[in-house]
Design a protein around this ligand. Structure first.
Ligand code: FPP
Length: 259
């Protein structure tokens, strides 16, 4: 059950809003999540690490459903980094097949819920048929107009930036772009997140407080929210707590007020 929510535009209701209520008129436009703590969740229960990832997939579903209910425009989750290849091969293989089975099980519901899915990262370098399956899901949902759900797999923020720099340098070399034309917009057009709003709220579960190479450019002015809860135990209620906390941040973007 979601917490009681109030609509900002309804003046009567606004008067009765307290600091603990979610203001649907002031939601983040883009939420990023570093889904950490699956391994710790599992070992804490005497289970093998991979059962933590399996449980984590259920949390992905419930948080995505909350974004759908609340109409949060963009959700980007960090599922596998360019550094995660250092893990034991058995865990890597488990994760790859989990991504594949999650997609197969969820694609119809994603479509029905008007979700547009996109995979960001070096997708074409993934093993087996994964790239094909991911591109197929992107294609099936490409005309959906609801929540944009980005799944970062084989993703690294520095790698994304270097790739953008190379693309831009190539365009300058070809003569299709001048050095003077390079600005934030041109740069963003060369990122995986082109045409998406910047990250407003970045959540990381399980206690560590770092960005770990996730959405480096896009998080320039993000508000950060950390919890000790491991990802499999992260609930819609706690997600809403993070949203409410976000709504009370004083975002000045380098200015003197947030107007
Ligand atoms: C970090 O926890 C988590 C990952 C590297 C994998 C995230 C994957 C999922 C949540 C599975 C489902 C995802 C989708 C999109 C279906 P960790 O294993 O590093 O935790 P630890 O720090 O406790 O070891």
């Amino acid at each position: 059950m979601l917490k009681k929510v109030f609509f900002r535009k309804n003046t009567e209701m606004k008067q009765s809003m307290s600091k603990n209520d979610l203001d649907l008129g002031k939601l983040p436009q883009h939420v990023g999540i570093i889904m950490d703590g699956n391994g710790r969740w599992a070992t804490g229960k005497g289970l093998i690490r991979t059962s933590g990832h399996k449980a984590g997939a259920n949390t992905v579903k419930s948080i995505l459903n909350t974004c759908i209910k609340l109409n949060i425009p963009v959700l980007t989750v960090y599922a596998f980094s360019t550094e995660n290849w250092k893990r034991p091969i058995s865990e890597v293989n488990f994760l790859m097949s989990l991504f594949s089975s999650f997609l197969a099980a969820q694609i119809d519901e994603l479509s029905e819920n008007n979700v547009r899915i996109k995979f960001i990262g070096r997708i074409d370098e993934l093993p087996n048929n994964l790239a094909k399956e991911f591109h197929r899901a992107e294609d099936i949902t490409k005309n959906n107009t609801g929540v944009k759900f980005n799944v970062a797999i084989n993703y690294g923020g520095r790698d994304e930036i270097i790739t953008a720099v190379k693309n831009i340098a190539q365009q300058v070399k070809d003569g299709s772009l001048s050095v003077e034309q390079i600005d934030d917009k041109i740069f963003e057009d060369n990122l995986y997140t082109q045409n998406l709003p910047p990250v407003d709220l970045m959540i990381r579960t399980s206690g560590d407080m770092r960005l770990s190479n996730f959405l480096l450019w896009q998080s320039a002015y993000a508000e950060f929210w950390f919890t000790k809860t491991n990802w499999p135990d992260f609930t819609p209620e706690e997600f809403i707590e993070a949203l409410i906390d976000f709504q009370h941040r004083d975002r000045r973007f380098g200015g003197l007020d947030n107007k």
